[in-house]
Ligand binder design. Sequence first.
Ligand code: NI
Length: 170
Amino acid sequence: MLKIVHYPDPLLRRRSDEVESFDEDLARFLSEMARAMYKYDGIGLAAPQVGVNKRIIVVDVGKGLLKLINPVILEVGGKEEEMEEGCLSLPGVYVPVRRKVGYIKFKALDVSGKEKVWQGEGLLARVIQHEIDHLDGKLIIDRASGPMKEDSLKALKRLEEEYGLLSQQG
Ligand code: NI
């Protein structure tokens, strides 16, 4: 099982590279990512969250699994909504994030390297933006549109302390 990389690991802050080769390893990696996302009850997972700085995400908002390679947002708009977002890399941390969720149109390659275009709205629009943020080294704490609750601030601090201890152990 793939392990989830937690904040503040610097891997989460890098801009990920585009995928250029479409082979067996890529297909296997995508299946492993999907397995990890389901196991940890996520609705989206980006490759840097499992330690791989490649532009790959998996998403399932309850309408089936999407495996997206080199995803690009073509259009996003409509109504803006604030919602508390969580992230598998920031366990226990919930951040109010305002995003446009009226509609989204995005393109990506599939495991065979073929380009497809998708359209959606609501939660799918939100999750796609959240996961693509990961590929650009951005996290929900960078997108806060309001104050975080006390519990979330504590969880954030705990993650920072845990990472500090891990680094000292080498
Ligand atoms: Ni996330």
